[in-house]
Structures are given as C-alpha cells and as structure tokens.
Design a protein around this ligand. Structure first.
Ligand SMILES: O=P(O)(O)O[C@H]1O[C@H](CO)[C@@H](O)[C@H]1O
Ligand SMILES: O=c1cc[nH]c(=O)[nH]1
Length: 234
C-alpha cells in the first residue's frame, strides 16, 4: 500500500496499462480482462487487476498531466516493482495524415518541461519508447488493420494552449499528436530500467477542430487497448 495506491503489493501485476481517465481503466478492465478485481480507489483513481490470455495485468488510472502520472508511476515502479508500463491515452492530432480514431505509437515525446526537468538540469534528455514494445505494438496494429502512425508526439503541460506558435512548430517538425503524460513516463522508465510505451487514440484534431464527446473518450478505444496488451506479452 502506498500513499496513492491502496492495493497490496501482490495485487498489482508486473504489467500495468495506464489510461489517464480512471473510468477508461474500469471500462478497459471490464471489457478485456478476466477475473477482474478493483485494487485501488484512493482519490477515485481506479485500478483493476485481472488476466488477459492467462497473463496478469493491472489497469491503473494515472490522472491528467505529468505531475499526476509521475506519482502513480513512481509508486508502481518503486513500491510495486512494475516492469512494463504502457500508457493508453487520448491525444490531439497534429498532422493532416492523422485522422480521428487513428492510433499513434509514440517513439519519443517532446516537451517544454517535465517533472524530471529539475533532475536533468542542463541535459535535454530524449525520452524514448522501449523498442521491443514499440515494435510489437506496430506489428499488432498491422495485424488488426488499425490505421496507425509511429513517430514523435508532444507531451504538453496544458490542455488549453496559449502558444499557437509552439503548436505550429510542432506541426512543422512532423510531431504527430499532443497529449500530456508520455514524456515523463519514458523518463521514469529509463531511470529505473523498465519498459514503457504510449499507445494513443486520436480524440481531437488541432488542425480540423474535430473533437470526440467524453463518453467516447472513455469507452471507444478498444483497438488501442488490444494493441497495448498484444505488445506487452509479445
Ligand atoms: O485520455 P487521457 O489518457 O487522459 O489523455 C489525454 O486526455 C487528457 C486531457 O483531456 C490528458 O490526460 C491527455 O494526455
Ligand atoms: O492533451 C490532449 C489530449 C487529447 N486531445 C488534445 O487535444 N490534447
């Protein structure tokens, strides 16, 4: 048990999927896992453990933004010894070729800052995904026929961005999508020698202004969850 996760150590699996939205955790666990148990509800940040094709999996909400994700991932790594951590999030498309509901597999994540910024001091550390997970996720996406893009994303500290010039530079530099957690997940995984990946579904589009309603952000991202599970146990 930790300050933010009420589960016993043995109730958290080595493989953890991390949606920002705790209700996406509930939906994904109830939809894709067997023998599901609620293992955390501290602060309403729901976590569930069950099995997928015989493998133990925890799906734990991480909240919105890197400071929130950092709390959960630090505790999952240091107190629960999680080995494989895969974010399953929503994101905003930033390229014409990226469409609503497409899947993004994030090789790397640019940021203005992360909770690790102070730790790295003058170093511009390049956070990157675990290659085996990334490769397996792309293969799983291809096998499913899910429209998928692989490349760099932007982990922003803000949802309501007052820097349109910054988004323009991201678009110009080929960044596929914006979300708010992956860069710090990759930083923490690198620091502690764990495997991490972010698999995202495009829920908004910054160029077209399209946006999905809240219920679809919670419950319509099945391909992303299956791709993450296939990658974790490839
Ligand atoms: O849908 P989730 O996983 O929460 O991810 C995205 O959605 C939230 C913003 O609406 C941020 O957390 C962002 O990263
Ligand atoms: O951070 C995010 C997440 C989803 N959609 C966005 O536009 N931004």
């Amino acid at each position: 048990m930790t300050i933010h996760i009420g589960a016993a150590k043995e109730d958290i699996a080595e493989t953890v999927l991390l949606p920002g939205d705790p209700y996406r955790a509930k939906w994904a666990a109830e939809t894709f896992l067997q023998d599901v148990r609620l293992v955390n509800e501290v602060r309403g940040m729901l976590g569930f453990t069950g099995t997928w094709k015989g493998h133990r999996v925890t799906i734990q909400g991480s909240g919105m933004g890197m400071p929130s994700l950092s709390i959960y991932v630090n505790e999952l790594i240091k107190d629960y010894d999680a080995q494989t951590l895969i974010r399953i999030g929503s994101c905003g498309g930033m390229q014409d070729k990226v469409n609503l509901r497409d899947v993004i597999v994030a090789m790397t994540a640019s940021s203005l800052s992360t909770p690790s910024r102070g730790f790295f001091r003058e170093l511009n550390f390049a956070p990157c995904a675990d290659w085996d997970l990334l490769h397996a996720a792309v293969q799983a996406a291809e096998a499913k026929g899910t429209p998928t893009h692989v490349g760099g994303i932007y982990s922003s500290d803000v949802f309501y961005d007052e820097r349109p010039d910054l988004n323009e530079q991201m678009v110009r530099h080929g960044v596929l999508a914006v979300e708010m957690e992956a860069a710090e997940l990759y930083n923490l995984a690198a620091r502690h020698g764990r495997r991490a990946l972010a698999v995202l579904t495009v829920s908004d589009h910054l160029l077209t202004g399209e946006a999905m309603p809240a219920d679809q952000r919670e419950r319509s991202f099945g391909d992303m969850v299956e791709i993450a599970l296939e990658a974790a146990f490839a």
